[in-house]
Design a binder for this molecule. Sequence first.
Ligand SMILES: Cc1cc2nc3c(=O)[nH]c(=O)nc-3n(C[C@H](O)[C@H](O)[C@H](O)COP(=O)(O)OP(=O)(O)OC[C@H]3O[C@@H](n4cnc5c(N)ncnc54)[C@H](O)[C@@H]3O)c2cc1C
Ligand SMILES: NC(=O)c1ccc[n+]([C@@H]2O[C@H](COP(=O)([O-])OP(=O)(O)OC[C@H]3O[C@@H](n4cnc5c(N)ncnc54)[C@H](OP(=O)(O)O)[C@@H]3O)[C@@H](O)[C@H]2O)c1
Length: 247
Amino acid sequence: MRYTPGMERFPPCPAVLKRIEPVARDTLVYTFDLERPIPFRAGQFVNMTVPTARPRPERSYSVFSDPGEPGALQLCIKLLEGGAASEMLRAATVGDAFTFRGPMGVFTLAADDAPVTLIATGTGIAPYHAMLSEHGRLHAAGAAPARRFRLFFGVRDEGDLFLTDTLQRWKRELPDFDYRVCLSRPSPAWREPAGRVTAALAETLPTDAPPVGHFYLCGNGPMIEETKALLLERGADRKQIHYEKYY
Ligand SMILES: Cc1cc2nc3c(=O)[nH]c(=O)nc-3n(C[C@H](O)[C@H](O)[C@H](O)COP(=O)(O)OP(=O)(O)OC[C@H]3O[C@@H](n4cnc5c(N)ncnc54)[C@H](O)[C@@H]3O)c2cc1C
Ligand SMILES: NC(=O)c1ccc[n+]([C@@H]2O[C@H](COP(=O)([O-])OP(=O)(O)OC[C@H]3O[C@@H](n4cnc5c(N)ncnc54)[C@H](OP(=O)(O)O)[C@@H]3O)[C@@H](O)[C@H]2O)c1
């Protein structure tokens, strides 16, 4: 759970679990109907009440859904063996009552039109799903700012991979979006090169000039530390690097 100064001021918002959709190994998208909307910015997170969790009875989750639908909250969660929230969610069924507080966090798109590189491992793709869903909706309405998006999505193997249809659709429909899926431990049947997101990103960074635009990093802590170090070594300014560390 991320402690955010002043978070106590967010009143608890009751919710009902409406849908559970498995999307990859141990990874599910949960849809909740909120008693009142939580108006969030794409990239922000909410805290879910988990009575058995320690040291505080809450866990943080990036919002997966488009901020255009603030009453129907979607979260994309990897269930961990023995985790307090994970075991609560594993036992949950449609119609169960939940409580959320938020929105919290500053992991949101900068308000300029500089190119954006999004780097995710695992469910770290959740905030980018919210950002790109919003961008796609605004684009369809003719209201999206012109902006270049590049996404690197890293998981271990094919069983952990999800959102592939959505990524292909965005590539077809969005004006300047491209992505690369990075499997670090693929099966022998995988036809692309194997490797981590850090290696894939390193290949695309210029060698004779500092990297351009904003870099967003979300997922496990070691990936974030290595990616930050890579960007700084290649001449990026700290202000270009934004990150949300899950653990
Ligand atoms: C700002 C923020 C946003 C987050 N958003 C998401 C999200 O959108 N989806 C999501 O699945 N998780 C997300 N997390 C992680 C989430 O808050 C929980 O830590 C996770 O669900 C495990 O909780 P648990 O109670 O089941 O396990 P715990 O009882 O907390 O125990 C799990 C143990 O595994 C470690 N751990 C925590 N998360 C992971 C992980 N994903 N993989 C491996 N080890 C882990 C912890 O350090 C702990 O030691 C986010 C975390 C933060 C801080
Ligand atoms: N996915 C599984 O099959 C599996 C099985 C059992 C338990 N678990 C547990 O479940 C939790 C989540 O697992 P997960 O696979 O979803 O997420 P994860 O462990 O965060 O791995 C996701 C991706 O991040 C990569 N990565 C790890 N450290 C990195 C670094 N320093 N720089 C760049 N990339 C890095 C991984 O590559 P690497 O593969 O090279 O590490 C993998 O491609 C972990 O606690 C894990 O131990 C997962």
